[in-house]
Design a protein. Structure first.
Length: 88
């Protein structure tokens, strides 16, 4: 497999991960808005903060996983720095 093919596969996998995160974030936002409205219209005992916090933790964890700090970040940074050093 050529390097170009490997880069394409990595890019496709990254896009798939990002798409999953964005979908999760949209679903989280919509459901939390609905729960907030239900809580507000029900007299506002403010129980809605529990699902916001609980589910929000998982959204943040997934976001960190797909961010640049996630998988392979150190290897990418090392490669980037080495390439910069070679150009000097």
């Amino acid at each position: 497999m050529e390097e170009k093919d490997i880069k394409l596969l990595r890019a496709q996998e990254r896009v798939k991960e990002l798409k999953g995160f964005y979908n999760h974030l949209i679903i989280y936002s919509v459901i939390m808005a609905i729960l907030f409205f239900i809580d507000y219209s029900d007299g506002g005992n403010w129980w809605v903060h529990w699902p916001i916090i609980g589910w929000g933790i998982f959204v943040v964890i997934q976001g960190i996983g797909v961010s640049k700090i996630g998988k392979g970040w150190e290897d990418k940074k090392i490669k980037e720095i080495m390439e910069k050093e070679e150009k000097k």
